[in-house]
Design a protein around this ligand. Structure first.
Ligand code: ADP
Ligand code: ADP
Length: 226
């Protein structure tokens, strides 16, 4: 089963930038996949399209077999997104943010509360549950976004530059957490421009440059070539 199937995807932004040019990519269920590439390569655009925040110009995207064009609700249920920018309501508390998120996906309130406790504890945020998001440190906000993305228990977790601006200690603990989530069966796709991060975490890797996928290989094979 493919967690993600992208066929001939193109994106031209208003103003004429060709951010993606006929890109195709498959990621298998269970994979820990890195989309690597320099700034401006098209990584965020790809993620934006998969999570239906950005309209594609052409092509086809399927998430666990659900087509974004014809089965959007089902496709969206399969995936959790950790965007690069903090996009939660800064005046809500940590617990409100994650419980409300579960609500959007129709998770019953009691179950949402249970999951909030589980994921906030795992991400070392449970003691902060009554704190307003605006009072959290940058690292805590990042962990909050990961907890939020997991509340409807998606089969695919997508993270856009999850450790950008995060210190090395927290980066390591985030890596450990993501490895564990993947071990439990969640497919993970992350974007990064650090080869080191991809090397530490990922089984397979796609390299994107100027809107084109120029390499799709296992991490092992890539490292043996360097
Ligand atoms: P990456 O995430 O790899 O840094 P992006 O997907 O953000 O790359 O950007 C790919 C290209 O699309 C870049 O040239 C960028 O300037 C352009 N771009 C991204 N977002 C927009 C937008 N909203 N409007 C116009 N151009 C954009
Ligand atoms: P912040 O930047 O939010 O202040 P810290 O680096 O102070 O974050 O992290 C606080 C504690 O939480 C540290 O002991 C750190 O190891 C732990 N921690 C951070 N992220 C995770 C995680 N994903 N899972 C488990 N523990 C974590």
């Amino acid at each position: 089963m493919n967690a993600l199937e992208i066929k001939n995807l193109s994106k031209t932004y208003k103003g004429g930038v060709n951010a993606l040019k006929d890109m195709s990519l498959c990621v298998e269920e269970g994979d820990f996949f890195a989309l690597l590439g320099p700034n401006g390569a098209g990584k965020s655009t790809t993620i934006g399209i998969i999570s239906s925040l950005v309209n594609k110009s052409a092509g086809e995207v399927k998430v666990f077999g659900y087509d974004l064009d014809t089965q959007l609700v089902d496709a969206k249920r399969q995936l959790g997104l950790v965007p690069q920018e903090f996009n939660f309501n800064q005046f809500e508390t940590v617990e409100q943010i994650v419980v409300n998120q579960a609500g959007y996906y129709g998770v019953p309130r009691l179950l949402a509360k249970e999951r909030a406790r589980k994921y906030l504890s795992q991400l070392d945020l449970w003691e902060k549950r009554n704190e307003r998001a605006r009072n959290l440190s940058g690292g805590m906000k990042r962990r909050l976004m990961i907890a939020r993305a997991l509340m409807h228990e998606p089969r695919l977790l997508i993270l856009d530059e999850p450790t950008a601006g995060v210190d090395i200690e927290l980066r390591r603990s985030m890596w450990a957490f993501l490895r564990e989530i993947n071990r439990q069966g969640v497919t993970i796709i992350l974007t990064t421009h650090y080869l080191e991060e991809a090397e530490m975490l990922c089984r397979n890797i796609g390299i994107i440059n100027h809107g084109e996928l120029i390499e799709h290989t296992s991490m092992k094979a890539l490292l043996s070539k360097l």
